[in-house]
Every structure is written in C-alpha cells, then in structure tokens.
Design a protein around this ligand. Structure first.
Ligand SMILES: Cc1cc2nc3c(=O)[nH]c(=O)nc-3n(C[C@H](O)[C@H](O)[C@H](O)COP(=O)(O)OP(=O)(O)OC[C@H]3O[C@@H](n4cnc5c(N)ncnc54)[C@H](O)[C@@H]3O)c2cc1C
Length: 803
C-alpha cells in the first residue's frame, strides 16, 4: 500500500467506489480507496438494486437521472456489466390523495425533462398484469426505472476508477484518523499509515464509527430492511420482464427476480440495527428474518398481487442500511475539519450513488459541487441531531417511506424538543406548532384548544380562515410574531467591517443602520441572504436562516483572517418578537421612552432600545411589508417582553400571528426566502436582488461573476404571479407554462389574504419574463391562468414599511 495519496476514500461500497471514479474523472489521479474487507461488504452486496428517478427534491431527482444514465458509461469504460434492466416502472395509487400526489409528481417531472405518464388502472393492469385492479384508482408510468446488479455496479465504478489511475486496497481497515497541523491527515490502517491531503468518509454502515475517529457524531442510523423472493411463477414464463412497481398504500415495491418476483416493504414497525455502534466484525452477513414484523405488509401485498401469494416464498433477505433523519444523503466538507469530507447516509445507492460521487468530486476538485446539493448537504444538520433524535426521526422516516407528506403536515417524532421561554404562553393562545431544526415555532393560532390541529390536505385547510384573520390584523391593526428561529451571528473586531464587506455582496451599513445583502459564491450564485445590523464600529449583528447556520459557518471559515474578526453563532442566545402593522409604532411608543417616529427612528434603523424594563436590540424592518419592528432579547427577557406587548397590545388590536400568515404576507410583497427563491442555482440579478449587490465595491466574493450576470442579464427571472386557483394554492415545484409549454417552476405559493387572490413566485426564462399574458401554473393536475406582476401586488413602492 502506498504511504502518500492526495485522497483516501474510506469504504468500498457503491458510494465510495463512485466517489473514487468521479475523482479520477475530475482529474485527480493520486487517489486511494481503502476497504476493510471486499468491495460491497456493507449494505451494498445485499441491496435489491432498484432504481428510479422520482424524488421529492427536484435537485436530487436530477442527480438520480444522472446516476441511471451513468451505467452505460461505466460499462463502456470498465467492460464490467452493471446488470442493468430498464424495465420501466409503475406507481400505483390506492387513494384520491395519492392520485393527486401522482399528478403533482408528474407535473414536477415536466420541467425536469422526465417522461412520466398518468395512466388508468386498466392501462396499468395491461403493463403490470400481476396487480388486482380493484385496489387501485390510478397509476403513473415511468419508462426509466428498473434494477441493476449491486456487485456489478460497484465493480464497474472501481474498475473505471482504476483505469483512471486510482488504487484500491482491500482487506485493510482504517482504525484511526489524525490530523496534522497543516490540515492533512494521517490515515492509520491495519497495514500501516497513509499520509493524505483529503479524507472521504464513505464508510456506509460504519460512517458513524469513522466520524467518531475525528470527534464527529454523524446523524445516521441503520434500519433493518427485508425483501423476499417468491418461487418461480408460471405467469412469468415466456413473458418479457415485469416492470418495477410501487404500491404506495400497500407500502411495498416489487420487481422480477429471475423466474419469481422480489417484494420489499418499508414496514410501519421498522427496527433500527446497532443503534449506537456498528460491530466491526459484521461482514457480508444477513440479519435473521422476521416475517412476523412485515406480515401486515405481506398480507396487503398478497391481496393486491395475488399470484405472488400463490408462488410461495423462496428466500428472505434482511439487511441493514443507513438513513439520515430526512432520508437524504449526507455529503460535503465538514465545518472545522479541514479536508475531511463525508459521503454517507445514502439510502438509495443505485439511484443516488452516481450523483453523490459527481457532486462530492466536483466539490473537492473545484471547490464547488457544481449543482444545488442543499438537500444532501451535511451542513443542514446541527447539534440538535443527537443519537436519540436521529433514532426517532430515522424510524419515523423509514415507516413513512411510502406515505404522503401533506404540505400542512408536521411529523411528530422527536417533538417537542427545543422550545423558547414563551412556548407555554403560545400554547395557551392555541398555537399550532411546526418543527424547524427541532425548534417549535407557531404556524397559526386556532380559536380554541380543540381546533388547534391541522387537518392535512393538498387544498386550503382548516387553518385558512384563521390565517386570514391573522393577516387582516397585520394589515389593519397589529400582529405579534415570534421570530426566534432565525439564524443569528455576532461579528466583532477591528477587521469585522472589512471582512463582512468581502463576504457579503452589499455595502456595509453605518452605525445604527441595517442593510439587506445577498451572499454569493465564487460563481456569483446565491448562497445566503442576510440582514446586517451595525451596533458599533466593530460590532455587527447578522440575521439569516437558522437551518443554514452550519453551512454559513463553514463558508465563513474559508475567508476569516487569523485575527481581527470573530464570528459567533448566537441563534439560541437571542430570541425575538416582531410587531407589525399600522398600530405597531403607537403600541411600542407606549412602552418606549425614545422617539420611534420615522424622523427619529427611520426604516432600516437598528439600536439598543429598552421596552419597558427589557433591553432589546430593535430593528425597524418587517418581512410582512407593513410598518414593523423586530426586537431581539436574550432568552431570560422574552417572557417579560411578550407579556408587556400582549398587555399593551390590547388597546391597539394586537393579535398573534404565525409562520403561515408570514409566508402569505411576504409572497404578496414578492419577498423571497432562502431555500425557496434563493438557492445556489440562481444569481442575484435573476432573483431580483440586483439592487442589493454593490458593484461599486472594488472587491467581494462573486463580484466578477455578478458583473457578468448583470451584463448578460442572467438566464432566469423570478416572477410574482396571481393565480386563478380554486380551492388549492401552489405550494412550490409546480410547473409554470407559457403558451402551452412548460417554461419554469414555482418556488413558493400561498393564498394572499390582503389582495384576496392566490399567489405564486417562480422562475421563468428571462426572455419571456416580461410577457403580460399566456402564463399558467399547474396545480394538482390543472393548468390555472397565472397573471405576472411587474411589481409586488401589495404596496409596490414600499411606503407602508417606511411610514
Ligand atoms: C435489504 C436491502 C435492500 C436494498 N435495496 C436497495 C435498492 O433496491 N435500491 C437502492 O438504491 N438501494 C437499496 N438498498 C440500499 C443500498 O444498499 C445502499 O444505499 C448502499 O449500499 C449504500 O452504500 P455505501 O457505499 O454508502 O455503504 P456500504 O455498502 O455500507 O459500504 C461501506 C463500505 O465501507 C467499508 N468500511 C467501513 N468502515 C471502514 C473502515 N474503517 N476501513 C475500511 N473500510 C471500511 C465497509 O466494509 C463497506 O464495504 C438496500 C439495502 C438493503 C439492506
């Protein structure tokens, strides 16, 4: 084994092999994969090998398409068969809600270039004769589904990588990792040490153990998973291979395996495997079968597909594989651990392995994944993902693998976990809470405890009239919103202003002022949107997205100078309340000695203000578009501030409002938000944030690309629409049509209560963004007329915020 390598990839499952191949493809040849046993010795060898393109996140779906198309390339380079069977697939719907889901999945597929087709039950039965029609209401056909040979795929990646210059060492376990002063790594193995510039943790079932070698607790957990193979079936003799089939309500997947059928299930009572440590002596082993546990699913399966029951069970496979709490992979560099990368938690290695390898290799070689991989980024999790949290969420995710998640549906596992001091007070107001990074935050307020629950639906829900009343209060009198779950950072030091000016695209505010700014990557794409508040010469308060806290910190550490600037995340130290609406100033003025008039405390001001006895940082901004104030206090003061505002608010028509109302209010104002309108696939000009990029500054990250974008105009444009909807609003990811063609996609949607119309924000090609008519948005399978707006439908001049 060599003693030096540019990269050591730990783990020779399908994911590690893919990373290795993609590194060589991206030009790094001095790469070494170290495998404890033989290739495929974790989850990979016993996988069912199924693959499909449909995924809840469109960016992940694109990477799945890439993976499936890659197999031909691998076979050509390596000469190793991947055992590809493109049989096509059908997804069966057994309930009206699932039929709606299929319509939406098909619609999303349109702008991803997927060739999905909604078909009737009769048509489905022609394609998949083993089904019993009476259990189903509809189906969707996907021509690009099938299965591969897990051994063949992994070896095809490995051979292709070796042809590209990589080395693979088998039967050698990595036992420890030690980082040198210069950030390089000593990889300690059973056969000696390797000095490597970069290390990739692709250890699959042992990813947690490899993470712990560097003090990292990765949020992954293995679940037992069972599939069975039936005896040979006469129905299959002399026929072309059966399609891949998913029966959502039966919670099973089926495909042909030689003369019989393979049937797997994600059972409700899923069982984790090796909850805290994975044994090193687990090899190419299987777990004992537990047919009892999957009996309810088998019963449904044999009812829905009777000939499988008649064929009897020839073989059962029970094997473990790992999941992150949301079921998506964990990839990327890890904050605080220079040159340490992860590629783990991949639960669908044969649909996703290629995309994971491609993105990670680009990230390592070019410094950027080259695609929007936020949904897979390891930085989406923070310190709330303890072992027990991960355990609860992974079990839930596994048991719901084939369940619908409605847009107004909160998942109960691991909740409530993180609460602010006013949690019980909000409960007493009948708040319906949502979970955000483990944080409870109010979504809306019900009139009584009995009504404080969401009845899940694709359509406007039971919350609709109550959210309407909340929006009306913000419009007419005053609303009170808890804003604690924002990301917050304190930036201090003599070099703080200079550093911020380099990292952020807008100018840096004067003392006592606020500036909104995008943060760009080197390619000039959006990787954050921040509110910068300047407390003093050397002290700034930054407000952004809490879910991206680790992502931001990882980005900041790239450019922080060794001294002169400190960045401290303080999201949980400062909690917040916001008051918005025409009466908000009078309300606050009744509690504050300073003059809050526009002359004395104009829009975008920020300063220390005592509200009653409570010391706050007060900013004159509001995401609602109304006159508004945000107050940040340390947690010990939040209850007092809340009580004070509620009491004084009685005279000013104050009413609590939640996240649902805020979403509606901000869409009416054409205000975008991170992970929806603002993502690394869009430039600031495209996103309508051009005015927040100060191109007069001589230097900031992404400036050259931003100049170029402005000169060329950018390919896309964010447009605000009102939509002729009936009882359902756009949610996000619906296709936007223009003159009969799919041209773009929705990023957010909601009912706009101030304007009394359904609304959507979405991206379309810049060339047609100026068109006045011809747009439609597809909502649950129906194309609805969409009217573009050149400016925000509510208060386009922004006068209300400035009054
Ligand atoms: C029953 C079952 C059915 C499945 N069906 C499908 C399916 O139909 N479609 C699909 O896409 N996916 C399926 N999967 C999931 C699929 O198996 C995984 O997505 C995939 O195998 C993950 O690959 P990996 O490389 O991340 O991990 P692993 O396969 O676990 O590979 C990790 C490798 O790292 C090595 N390693 C670990 N630690 C060290 C160390 N310290 N030193 C050296 N080497 C180390 C291990 O020996 C192992 O070979 C199924 C899984 C199971 C269990």
């Amino acid at each position: 084994m060599k003693t030096h390598a540019k990269v050591v990839v730990i783990g020779g499952g399908v994911v590690g092999a893919s990373v290795l191949y993609h590194l060589t493809k991206a030009g790094w040849k001095d790469v070494l994969l170290i495998e404890r046993a033989e290739l495929t010795s974790g989850s990979t060898w016993h996988a069912a090998g199924g693959m499909h393109t449909v995924n809840g996140d469109p960016n992940v779906a694109k990477l799945q398409q890439y993976t499936i198309n890659l197999y031909k390339e691998l076979e050509r380079i390596s000469g190793q068969s991947c055992g590809v069977h493109i049989t096509g697939g059908i997804m069966l719907a057994g309930t009206p809600a699932r039929v709606d889901w299929l319509k939406m999945a098909k619609a999303r597929g349109r702008y991803l270039g997927m060739d999905l087709e909604l078909i009737s039950v009769d048509e489905a039965a022609k394609l998949f004769p083993l089904m019993e029609k009476k259990h189903f209401l509809g189906a969707m056909y996907d021509p690009i589904e099938g299965h591969v040979d897990p051994y063949g795929v992994t070896h095809a990646y490995a051979k292709s990588a070796q042809i590209g210059g990589a080395e693979i060492v088998r039967q050698t376990r990595v036992t420890d990792l030690r980082q040198r002063q210069d950030g390089t790594w000593d990889v300690i193995t059973e056969q000696g040490d390797v000095h490597a510039e970069h290390v990739v943790n692709a250890a699959g079932l042992w990813a947690r153990e490899v993470g712990r070698m560097v003090g990292l607790e990765l949020p992954v957990l293995a679940m037992e998973h069972q599939y069975l193979i039936t005896g040979d079936m006469p129905e299959l003799v002399g026929k072309k291979e059966q399609m891949h089939c998913i029966d959502f309500e039966g919670e099973i997947y089926i495909r042909q395996e030689r003369g019989g059928m393979l049937m797997g299930t994600y059972e409700r009572a899923g069982v984790p495997w090796s909850e805290s440590t994975t044994p090193w002596d687990f090899g190419q082993d299987l777990l004992p079968n537990d047919l009892e546990r999957i009996a309810p699913s088998l019963e449904v399966g044999f009812e829905h597909f009777p000939s499988l029951g008649d064929a009897g069970i020839k073989k059962v496979v029970n094997g473990p594989f790992t999941f992150a709490p949301d079921g998506n992979p964990l990839i990327g560099p890890v904050k605080g651990l220079k040159n340490f990368w992860v590629a783990c938690g991949v639960m669908a290695g044969f649909s996703q392995g290629g995309g994971v390898g491609l993105s990670l290799a680009h990230w390592m070689v070019d410094g950027d994944p080259g695609a929007d991989v936020w949904a897979m980024d390891v930085a989406r999790y923070g310190d709330w993902t303890t072992l027990a949290y991960t355990n609860a969420k992974v079990r839930e995710n596994y048991s719901r693998r084939f369940s619908i998640r409605f847009p107004n549906e909160e998942l109960p596992a691991a909740q409530p976990l993180r609460t602010t001091p006013i949690y019980e007070k909000l409960q007493a107001e009948h708040a319906v809470f949502g979970d955000y990074c483990g944080f409870e935050h109010p979504l809306w307020f019900a009139p009584s405890a009995a009504e404080a629950t969401d009845i899940v639906s694709w359509r406007r829900s039971n919350a609709h009239p109550h959210v309407a009343a909340e929006c009306l209060a913000v419009q007419k009198t005053a609303g009170l919103l808890e804003i604690s779950n924002y990301g917050k950072f304190e930036v201090r030091g003599p070099g703080a202003a200079e550093w911020l000016s380099r990292v952020m695209a807008n100018r840096i505010p004067k003392i006592g002022r606020i500036v909104l700014t995008p943060m760009l990557n080197d390619r000039g794409k959006l990787i954050g949107d921040f509110t910068i508040c300047r407390v003093s010469e050397d002290h700034f308060f930054l407000i952004g997205t809490y879910a991206a806290e680790q992502f931001y910190l990882r980005w900041f550490e790239r450019s922080l100078p060794p001294s002169g600037v400190s960045v401290r995340p303080c999201a949980v130290e400062y909690v917040g309340l916001s008051v918005a609406g025409p009466n908000s100033r009078a309300l606050l003025q009744s509690l504050v000695r300073e003059d809050l008039s526009s002359a004395a405390f104009p829009f975008m001001s920020f300063r220390r203000v005592d509200v009653g006895m409570v010391p706050t940082y007060m900013g004159r901004v509001s995401f609602t578009g109304e006159l508004g104030f945000e107050m940040w206090v340390t947690t010990d003061y939040q209850r007092a501030l809340y009580d004070l505002l509620q009491k004084a608010g009685r005279d000013f028509g104050l009413r609590s409002f939640g996240g649902r109302a805020l979403n509606s209010l901000r869409i009416e104002k054409s205000f975008g938000t991170w992970a929806r309108e603002y993502r690394p696939i869009y430039g600031p000009h495209e996103a309508g944030l051009g005015r927040f990029v100060d191109l007069n500054k001589p230097d900031f990250i992404g400036r050259t690309a931003a100049l170029d974008e402005r000169a060329k105009g950018g390919a896309l444009r964010l447009v605000t629409f009102t939509v002729d909807a009936s009882d359902a609003d756009a949610l996000g990811d619906e296709p936007i049509w223009h003159d009969g063609k799919t041209v773009g996609w929705v990023t957010s949607g909601a009912y706009g209560y101030r304007i009394g119309q359904s609304m959507a924000l979405g991206y379309v090609p810049a060339a047609i963004a100026g068109a006045d008519a011809g747009f439609e948005i597809e909502i649950i399978g129906e194309r609805r007329k969409a009217t573009p707006h050149k400016a925000a439908p509510v208060d386009p001049q922004g006068l209300l915020m400035r009054t």
